[in-house]
Design a protein around this ligand. Sequence first.
Ligand code: FE2
Length: 357
Amino acid sequence: MRTNQLKASLRYLLATIVAGLLAACTADQDVEEATQAANTDHLSEPIVVYSSRKQHLIEPVFEQFTQQTGITVEYTTDKAGVLIERIKIEGQNTPADLLITVDAGNLGYAAAEGIFQAINSAVINETVAPHLRDEQDLWTGLSLRARTIVYSTERVKPDDLSTYQGLGESQWQGRLCLRTSKKVYNQSLVAMLIAEQGEVKAEQTVAAWIANLAISPTSNDTKVMQAIAAGQCDVGIVNTYYFGRLEAKNPDLPLALFWPNQSEAENSGVHVNVSGAGILKYSNNPDQARRLLEWLATEQAQALFAGLNKEYPVISHGAIDPQVSAWGAFKQSPLALSKAFQLQPAAVKLMDRVSYK
Ligand SMILES: [Fe+2]
């Protein structure tokens, strides 16, 4: 009873304060000014980003956004899994507005965990190709990387190469290096192989790769390339930006990229993946978060965001970094990257069945 009385008194007090405030702004002009001030306050709130993309790849981008819009961006970086757990634990109290992470497998996982809200942006829908966005509009790609074949220019002729499946041919016995199956990049690659070829053919392909391995799967993409350069194997599969980093350090490295599956067939093409982002379900500032995403899809922002990591833009006419552009143009797989998460359980089981460690 006392609680109810207290509530009633508080309501009366609040009503009195509000009435007083309203009386203070009698003229329309005053009300307008108050509204403007409130809007400006909202605009000046920083956007809070949780990012598994590293600091040196995002800070210059956010600085440029702030210069152009006056809106500051605060960010925290950590591993994708850690950030997604943190967002779940923080729930409605999360200070974050946006999650930036890499690989459609991770983005799909975040979406399935229910931490995103629909992006609802005509700008994103018009500028980012549909296969690089979530089918439910819960995340969008922000930069594109290919997971493609790398080969020794000393021991392999590009004419010997053709497709991902081709790496299972007998000519590559004891000559192939792969990264471990534990990495989401390979889980997504195999998931997209299943999407493209069906599970039976995809399993034959991956089993044939394992039969051709020169050494045990390595812990990262760079080690795959180092093993090829050192003569331990002759071909491998890596993300393009790792090649870009190694090439920038050592332009004379006897390695080159090859674009497989370039036939006219409908679903063929190089397997691509994205770094991307989603607006958090409990963002206090979804309009501002959307504004940042839309700005990131501009030509200028794309050149910076993708270029800093030797990646490709996700917009069709985006400028490509000169080093990246020198690797040549390729046809990319048109399959929706939402499948990378949907088919991830099947991919993991498949890799387990063929003893891909
Ligand atoms: Fe990576």
